[in-house]
Design a protein around this ligand. Structure first.
Ligand SMILES: [Fe+2]
Ligand SMILES: [Fe+2]
Length: 148
């Protein structure tokens, strides 16, 4: 037996559920972060952005629900811990923090979608598809808002 296994070799349903639970934590973080940023972002250049963030917030709630349901469906206990959210010192930095989180989630969901298919969890992969699509939209929205 080797002590250094690749990610593919060690991926089983248990590990997959642990990763889904981490994904759930990132959605809790999104919810808290967006609520904070919607209330605190100022500046006439960001007026339209607030409405975008409100749309994101509603979708993050559904992402968290989907993930919690999948964890439960696979026999796990859905996480209840919210990761710490750092307070941004200005509006632009707040949006950059949102973009970092969304980009990170997009990478996570791409991988999770592939893993679900590898584990023959077709229903789970299907449930993850809207998260993947909407997170991609959130990344684009934030890039546009930041002019990046
Ligand atoms: Fe999300
Ligand atoms: Fe999002």
């Amino acid at each position: 037996m080797t002590t250094c296994m690749t990610q593919a070799e060690e991926l089983d349903v248990e590990r997959f559920v642990a990763l889904l639970n981490e994904d759930l934590g990132t959605e809790y973080q999104s919810i808290v972060q967006y609520i904070n940023h919607i209330a605190t972002i100022t500046g006439v250049e960001f007026l339209g952005v607030i409405d975008e963030l409100k749309l994101h917030l509603g979708q993050e709630l559904s992402h968290a629900q989907v993930l919690a349901e999948q964890v439960s469906f696979l026999g796990g206990e859905p996480a209840t811990t919210v990761p710490a959210v750092e307070r941004a010192s200005d509006s632009r930095l707040a949006l950059k923090a949102d973009l970092r989180l969304e980009t990170n989630q997009l990478e996570r969901y791409r991988l999770r979608f592939t893993q679900a298919n590898e584990l023959n969890l077709a229903d789970v992969a299907e449930a993850l598809r809207p998260l993947l699509q909407q997170t991609q939209e959130h990344v684009r929205d934030l890039q546009a808002a930041l002019g990046d």
